[in-house]
Write a protein that binds this ligand. Structure first.
Ligand SMILES: Nc1ncnc2c1ncn2[C@@H]1O[C@H](COP(=O)(O)OP(=O)(O)OP(=O)(O)O)[C@@H](O)[C@H]1O
Ligand SMILES: [Mg+2]
Length: 271
């Protein structure tokens, strides 16, 4: 067992004068090494807050995080912020929902991909560059050497998302959390990025916790899925069972209302 999450809850207390808000309510999950598991649910169901809590990105007193998340024998939720920083990006890593806000527009791509190498490892510039180029190739970026020198605005949305994946992979984490990594992208590019994630899982054995509001996309990538609604798990199991024999009305609605995929606005498309 690589990860065992038990009764993870996230309660926000930051809205002055309002009742505390439970964004995640006793979430449970187990993952084996190298496994790919999906989390699906409508907007606001608590998917991102679950991911952020696991990555130690929800800070008190903004919200209270309770429960446990034992990753390779260590309860991540019991770590101090300093201890957690040693895990972030190295042992477990996240690709965020909004690639544009996560990239620095004034910094070359290569530097950004090397960021966590700079934090966690003592390497020469040349070694860092080699590792970054490897991660960029693994993330499916064509011509990593030239992308390395470019700035975010010179890349298409799909390539920017691949840069985010490269940054998350540069230290070879055992667990990658991908929070709706393809939602804002064109359908064909979405499919290509899913293939890349599959490759990464196959080649590197990286376990992936894949978050999406689209059960069809989860089905293409994951064998197991957890369905969330209003912070709670309403259903979970083998993805084919959940997809073809949903037990909950909510899951049936999720399947029936496969959201129309948003097209990439303005930006170039990559091949
Ligand atoms: N700082 C905050 N204070 C209070 N409530 C918050 C805060 N941040 C998020 N929430 C609430 O937590 C709930 C879960 O949010 P979360 O971002 O996890 O949803 P999600 O499932 O990722 O949705 P989406 O598919 O739109 O990304 C939402 O109702 C959201 O409004
Ligand atoms: Mg989200």
């Amino acid at each position: 067992m690589m990860l065992r999450v038990q009764d993870l809850s996230v309660v926000f207390r930051d809205r002055a004068g309002e009742e505390p808000f439970t964004a995640v309510d006793r979430f449970c999950l187990t993952m084996d090494r190298g496994e790919v598991v999906g989390v699906v649910g409508e907007s606001g169901s608590g998917k991102s807050m679950t991911a952020h809590a696991l990555m130690g990105l929800i800070q008190r007193p903004r919200a209270e995080v309770t429960g446990s998340a034992v990753f390779e024998g260590t309860d991540l939720l019991a770590l101090s912020p300093e201890e957690m920083r040693r895990y972030q990006g190295r042992d477990l890593s996240i690709v965020f929902q909004e690639p544009m806000t996560s990239l620095n527009p004034t910094m070359r791509i290569g530097k950004q991909v090397e960021e966590s190498l700079r934090i966690h490892e003592k390497l020469s510039r040349a070694e860092r560059r080699d590792r970054a180029l490897d991660a960029m190739a693994l993330a499916g970026l064509p011509e990593p050497e030239s992308v390395y020198r470019q700035y975010p605005h010179q890349l298409s949305g799909g390539m920017r998302q691949r840069v985010m994946i490269a940054s998350a992979l540069v230290l070879r984490p055992r667990l990658l959390i991908a929070d709706e990594p393809t939602t804002a992208l064109d359908v064909t590019i979405q499919a290509q990025i899913l293939e890349t994630l599959k490759d990464i899982n196959r080649k590197e054995g990286t376990a992936i916790l894949f978050i999406s509001h689209d059960l069809g996309v989860v089905k293409a990538l994951c064998r197991r899925v957890v369905v969330m609604k209003q912070g709670k798990i309403v259903e979970s199991g083998a993805v084919d069972d959940v997809f073809y024999h949903p037990q909950e009305e909510y899951t049936k609605l999720l399947i029936a209302s496969r959201p129309a995929r948003k097209k990439l606005k303005g930006g170039r498309q990559d091949g």
